[in-house]
Design a protein around this ligand. Structure first.
Ligand code: UDP
Length: 474
C-alpha cells in the first residue's frame, strides 16, 4: 500500500513509566504490523524516566510536549490522579500546537487513561478519538459504570458499602478493592475519575490491553450486556497483551549472570513497580519473611516511605559492614548472601522474569508487571499497593488462580514475616504453586496466540484500523 494511504494516528501519552511503555508498544504494533503511521505525543515532566529507547521502532515518531508549570495548582496533598489530570489539562495548548504543526495531520487521536480532555482537540481538528485503556476490561467497565451510574446511585462512601458494587455482567467490585480515586468521594481525584468515566463513553472506541481468553466475562458484558452497553456504549478492541520485549542490553548485567547460576524456577523475584515503596516496618517483615522462607530471591529494594513517621533517620546509600542497606535488618546480607540478590531501586525486570531460574514474582500487580509475569509463565504473590492494583490482584487470585495473596490488604495491615514465609513456600515449593505455574503457562500461550497473526487481538487491531478508515470515509 502507498504511504499516502496510511492511516495517520497520534497517540497522546500521560507522564509515567507505566503509561509510556504500553503506549510505545501500541505505536510499535500499529507501525510494524498494520501499515499505520503513528506519532507519540509525550507529555513530559521535569524528571525524565529511565531510557526506553530499545522499545522505539525506527518508524515511530515522537514529539515531546514540554513540561508545564503546575506548581500553583497543586500542593503536597494533591493525589496522583488529580496531579496527572491537571498535567494533561494544562498541557493542552502544547498538544494542540503539536497536532496543528504535524504534516500530514493525524486523522485519529488515541489518548490514554488520563488524556480524555484532549478529545476536545480531536473534535477541533475533525479527528476520530479513541481511548487506550492500558489495563483490564474490568477496570474499563467499572470506571465507565462508576462515572455514569454508581456516582448517582450510591450514597455515602463506597468503602462503607456492605455489599460489593454491582457492575452489570462483570464480577462485582468489593468495596475494599475499589480503585484509589474511589476510596474517598470527597477528594478531587474522585471528581476527576468520574469525569474520565463519563468521557470514555464519548470515544469512537476503546482499545484495551487485554485479550479474549483472559477476560471473557468482562468483554462479553461490554459487548452484550444490555445495561452495561447502554452506559459504556463504545466498541471495545481487546488488543493485548502488549508487553515489553527482552532488551538484549539488559541481558548482560550482573544480576542475569547471578541468575544463570541458580536452579530452574528456584528464584522469587520481588518488586513493586516503578514507584511502589513500603513502610520501614513492612520492609523489615518482608526481609525476615524472605529469609525464613529459605527461598532464593532477587529483591528490588527502595528506602522506606513515611520517613517523617518511621524512617526519617534512614539515609539512602548508608550500609552496614556487610553492605546491607540500613533500612534492612542488621546482617541481612551476611545471612542471605548465598541465596539472595539485592538490586537497589531499579532492575531489568523483563529480562529477570524471562530467565528460567525465576519461578515466582512477588508483585504490586501493576498491569505491565502482571502481563510481563504472565508472558514469562511466572505465577505471583499479589501484593497490591495503589491505583487499580487491588482489582488486578483479585482477578489474578480469584478468576485466574495464578497467584496467592496475603489475608489482609498490605495497605491496611502490615503483612507479618510468618505469613510472607508461608506465601513464598506455597508459591515456590508446594504443589499449589505448581498448579498456578501450569495455569499461568496456559495464559502465556493464549496471550502469544492472541497477538500473533490471525489471533483474536491481532484481528481486533485490524478491525480497529478498518473501522477508522471506514469512519473517515463516511
Ligand atoms: N520496571 C522495571 N524495573 C524495575 C521496576 C519496574 O523495568 O525495577 C518496569 C516494569 O517492567 C514495568 C513497569 O516498569 O514494565 C512498571 O509498570 P507497572 O504497570 O507494573 O507498574 P507501575 O510502575 O505503573 O505502578
Amino acid at each position: 500500500m502507498e504511504n499516502t494511504e496510511q492511516l495517520q494516528v497520534a497517540i497522546l501519552v500521560s507522564p509515567g513509566m507505566g503509561h509510556l511503555i504500553p503506549n510505545l508498544l501500541l505505536g510499535n504494533r500499529l507501525v510494524t504490523h498494520h501499515n499505520v503511521r503513528a506519532t507519540i505525543l509525550l507529555v513530559t515532566t521535569p524528571t525524565s524516566p529511565p531510557s526506553e529507547s530499545h522499545l522505539l521502532s525506527p518508524d515511530l515518531n515522537i514529539i515531546e510536549i514540554p513540561p508545564v508549570d503546575i506548581s500553583g495548582l497543586v500542593n503536597p496533598e494533591t493525589k496522583v490522579v488529580t496531579l496527572l489530570a491537571i498535567m494533561m489539562r494544562e498541557a493542552r495548548p502544547g498538544i494542540r500546537s503539536a497536532i496543528s504543526s504535524m504534516n500530514p495531520r493525524p486523522e485519529v487521536l488515541i489518548v490514554d487513561l488520563f488524556g480524555t480532555e484532549s478529545f476536545q482537540i480531536a473534535d477541533e481538528f475533525h479527528m476520530l478519538k479513541y481511548v487506550y485503556i492500558t489495563c483490564t476490561a474490568w477496570f474499563f467497565a467499572s470506571t465507565a459504570y462508576c462515572g455514569n451510574v454508581l456516582d448517582k446511585e450510591v450514597e455515602g462512601q463506597y468503602v462503607d458499602q456492605k455489599e460489593p458494587l454491582r457492575i452489570p455482567g462483570c464480577k462485582p467490585v468489593r468495596p475494599e478493592d475499589c480503585v484509589d480515586p474511589m476510596l474517598d468521594r470527597n477528594n478531587q481525584q474522585y471528581r476527576e475519575y468520574v469525569r474520565m468515566g463519563i468521557e470514555y463513553t464519548f470515544a469512537d472506541g476503546a482499545l484495551l490491553n487485554t485479550w479474549e481468553d483472559l477476560e471473557a466475562t468482562s468483554l462479553e458484558a461490554l459487548r452484550n450486556d444490555e445495561i452495561l452497553r447502554s452506559v459504556a456504549r463504545v466498541p471495545v478492541y481487546p488488543i493485548g497483551p502488549l508487553k515489553r520485549p527482552v532488551d538484549p542490553a539488559g541481558s548482560q548485567t550482573e544480576i542475569i549472570e547471578w541468575l544463570d547460576m541458580q536452579a530452574r524456577e528456584s528464584v522469587l523475584y520481588v518488586s513493586f513497580g516503578s514507584g511502589g515503596t513500603l513502610s520501614a516496618e513492612q520492609i523489615t517483615e518482608l526481609a525476615w519473611g524472605l529469609e525464613l522462607s529459605q527461598q532464593r530471591f532477587v529483591w528490588v529494594v527502595r528506602p522506606p516511605t513515611g520517613r517523617g513517621v518511621d524512617g526519617s533517620f534512614f539515609q539512602p546509600g548508608k550500609t552496614g559492614s556487610d553492605g546491607t542497606p540500613d533500612y534492612l535488618p542488621d546482617g541481612f546480607l551476611s545471612r542471605t548472601g548465598s541465596v539472595g540478590y539485592l538490586v537497589q531501586m531499579w532492575a531489568p525486570q523483563v529480562e529477570i522474569l524471562s530467565h528460567p531460574a525465576v519461578g515466582g514474582f512477588l508483585s504490586h500487580c501493576g498491569w505491565n508487571s502482571t502481563l510481563e509475569s504472565m508472558d514469562s509463565g511466572v505465577p505471583m504473590i499479589a501484593w497490591p499497593l495503589y491505583a487499580e492494583q487491588r482489582l488486578n490482584a483479585t482477578l489474578l487470585t480469584e478468576e485466574l488462580a495464578v497467584a496467592v495473596r496475603p489475608e489482609a490488604l498490605p495497605t491496611k495491615k502490615v503483612v507479618r514475616r510468618e505469613e510472607i514465609e508461608k506465601l513464598a513456600r506455597r508459591l515456590m515449593q508446594y504443589r499449589e504453586g505448581k498448579g498456578m505455574r501450569d495455569r499461568v503457562r496456559q495464559l502465556q500461550c493464549s496471550g502469544e496466540r492472541a497477538v500473533s497473526k490471525g489471533g483474536s487481538s491481532y484481528n481486533s487491531m485490524c478491525q480497529f484500523v478498518e473501522d477508522c478508515r471506514r469512519k473517515l470515509k463516511s
